[in-house]
Structures are given as C-alpha cells and as structure tokens.
Design a protein around this ligand. Structure first.
Ligand code: GLN
Length: 195
C-alpha cells in the first residue's frame, strides 16, 4: 500500500511515521506527478489558507479533486478537514470541496486555541480516543450521506463519506494508531462512493 502525504505545510512527518508504523509505504506529495500510483492521500493539519494557496500554485487542486471524485481515499486532519469541505463560510480560499459538509474554522475561539478532550469514536475498537485540538474547526452541517463518527459538544469532529475521512483533531500528534488503521481499512474496503 502506497500512501501520499501532502507535504506543502503542516504535520507531514508525524503522519508519515504513523503510516510507516502500520507498514504502509509513504511518500511526500508536492507536485502532481507524485500522485501517480498512490492508493490514498493524507492531508495534514497546518493552515488551510496557506495549504490552499500552495495547492493552487503547484497545480494540485484539480488533480486531487478529480481523484476524490473517483472514489480515491483521502484522510484530512484539521486543516485537511477544512480543505475537503464543500462549504467553509469563513475561508476566502478555494477548497477541494468534495465532502458534503459545512465547516467553521477556528470554531473554539482564541481563548481555547488548543486543548485536549476525551472523545468517543464507536467505529474504533475500544471507543475512547484522546483528541488534540489546535485552532480546530468543527462541522456545522453534514448532509445525510455523511457518517458522523464522533462529536464534541454536539458538533461533529470526525466524519466519513465513502472513502473520504476527516477529523478536526490531530491523531498524528498522539501515539494512537487506531484512526490511521481505520483509514487503511477504508482504503482496502469495498465502499460504495455513490459517484
Ligand atoms: N485553524 C487552521 C485552519 O483553519 C487549522 C489548524 C490546524 O490544522 N491545526 O486552517
């Protein structure tokens, strides 16, 4: 299994280490040709405005959008969640725009820019998960074909739609491999992408 990690900005190395620990081959993706032959892509956290700009500058926006529309698995964390969303009212940049969700950036306000919370993710074996939130977004609205995997204060913070997986927190900043393993299962699984 060969998984690309979008390496324009953000927590790239941490994702690559986690995927390697799960025996996946990983490559950093900076230019469109590096998408060739991948089984999946991870879009790390960082700053969605910066990542969006760099994706456009490097010609990555359109090829990644096309892949996502063809049932290609993508896992976005934090800024990655923002970039996968179809609607982000407080972002002036383009998103890949493939998940039927509306996302609010920096949803927890400045006073609690960063915090950790104990989450419950029933789809994972042994549901508790320590969520690391850093200037995190939340999902404000999710269409009916989006599966909500986890909520915090009544707002979805982890969602799945077909082979697209996204969370508002940073599993790559913990030692917990379960969400990445769940993504590998999505890659291998037989999912109806309704496209
Ligand atoms: N607030 C950032 C954004 O909107 C996301 C922060 C993160 O990825 N840790 O891009």
């Amino acid at each position: 299994m060969k998984i690309g990690v979008l390496a324009l900005q953000g927590a790239v190395t941490e994702h690559m280490q986690m995927l390697s620990a799960l025996d996946a081959e990983t490559i950093p993706v900076r230019i469109p040709s590096e998408l060739n032959g991948l089984d999946a892509l991870v879009i790390p956290g960082g700053e969605s405005t910066t990542i969006s700009k760099l994706m456009s500058d490097y010609g990555l926006m359109e090829p990644i959008r096309k892949l996502a529309e063809q049932c290609f698995p993508i896992f976005g964390t934090c800024a990655g969640l923002v970039l996968l969303a179809k609607r982000v009212p407080n972002l002036e940049m383009e998103t890949i725009g493939v998940m039927d969700i509306e996302v609010k950036r920096n949803a927890f306000g400045r006073q609690v820019d960063s915090f950790e919370a104990n989450l419950e993710i029933p789809a994972l074996h042994n549901g508790n998960f320590r969520g690391v939130f850093i200037r995190a977004p939340v999902v404000e609205k999710a269409e009916s074909d989006v599966e909500v995997l986890c909520k915090l204060s009544d707002k979805p913070v982890a969602v799945r739609q077909g082979k697209l997986l996204a969370c508002a927190f940073h599993p790559e900043l913990t030692e917990d491999l379960r969400l990445h393993r769940y993504f590998l299962d999505i890659i291998k699984g037989d999912t109806d992408c309704k496209k």
